[in-house]
Design a protein around this ligand. Structure first.
Ligand code: CP
Ligand code: NVA
Length: 305
């Protein structure tokens, strides 16, 4: 039987996403209280492979696997020869003989596709330059908790339209949200993301004006101005994005909005500290939900539950 993978948020159907979200919410309520979830991954091993830094993804996956009764093996790119001689497809083929799932954070999305071709086990995207589908699941869970629904909500992302904007935007559009991504020229969501949004239950549009996009939003979301691996262009990024900060002036345009950020944040750049810690912030619940959403995902991929 061929394995299911989670390389993009659209690798699973909208119905399956809804089921995962309901399972994530149940797992959150029942954390530590039921034997069923404590043994879902008994006897299973999960490898985590990181080519870029991580706090939330690394910690939440490790705790998720362990709380479900499984074991984690962590591999960083510094401790392997992947990309420095060994091809990622060969690496994944071997790792797939030992463990039951491979969770990988890489630069190129294509590397994940190569791993998925050879691994023979489920491969999960723990962030690439183009996508961050595990973040998207936790984001959807957070919006459900705070707003009670996703269908019809006005979701606005301000900032660079790369991995997080693409994955969270597409998953929410699949679940019926009206998504706007406001970015400076040249930093907009890519054409393939806009094309993928066509035909989804909701919508995803790209625009330039951050204040127009923020007006009356139910959710205001931002991401770091300088993504991992893009540090050499940091100054140009900061300059281009200076009007995209979530600050009091922007928040006034969306008085009922919750504010979200995938973290890590640079306080005072893309968002102010006061808003991160303010009454409209859902940021800390959002970070916590990585744990619950990934538990639901792992359980579904590895035990079909
Ligand atoms: N949001 C997120 O993926 O955080 P890390 O980079 O710390 O894993
Ligand atoms: N766009 C950010 C997301 C971090 C979770 C990055 O790629 O660094």
């Amino acid at each position: 039987m061929s394995s299911r993978h989670y390389l993009t948020e659209l690798d699973i159907t909208t119905e399956e996403s809804r089921e995962l979200l309901s399972s994530a919410r149940r797992l959150k309520r029942e954390r530590g209280k039921t034997d069923a979830s404590r043994s879902a991954l008994t006897g299973k091993h999960v490898a985590l492979y990181f080519e870029k830094p991580s706090v939330r993804t690394r910690t939440s996956f490790t705790v998720a696997v362990q709380e479900l009764g499984g074991h984690v093996i962590e591999l960083s790119s510094g401790s392997t020869k992947v990309g420095k001689g060994e091809h990622e497809e060969d690496f994944a083929k071997v790792v797939g003989r030992y463990v039951h799932a491979l969770v990988a954070r890489v630069f190129e999305q294509g590397k994940l596709e190569g791993m998925a071709r050879t691994a023979g086990i489920p491969v999960v995207n723990a962030l690439s330059d183009d996508r961050h589908p595990c973040q998207a699941l936790a984001d959807a869970q957070t919006i459900l908790e705070h707003k009670g629904r996703i269908e019809g909500i006005k979701f606005t992302f301000v900032g660079e339209g790369n991995n997080v904007a693409a994955s969270t935007g597409l998953l929410l559009a699949a679940l019926g949200a009206e998504v706007k991504v406001a970015s400076p020229k040249g930093m907009s969501v890519k054409q393939d993301i806009l094309a993928a949004a066509e035909g989804l239950e909701g919508s995803l549009v790209a625009l330039e004006d951050p204040l127009e996009a923020a007006h009356d939003a139910d959710v205001l979301y931002t991401d770091t101005w300088v993504s991992m691996g893009a540090e050499s262009g940091a100054e140009a990024q900061r300059k281009a994005l200076s009007a995209y900060r979530i600050d009091d002036a922007m928040l006034k345009l969306a008085p009922k909005a919750i504010v979200m950020h995938c973290l890590p944040a640079v306080r005072g750049e893309e968002i102010t500290k006061e808003i991160m810690y303010g009454p409209q912030s859902a940021i800390w619940d959002q970070a916590e939900n990585r744990l619950h959403a990934q538990k639901a995902l792992l359980q579904w991929l590895l035990s079909g539950a």
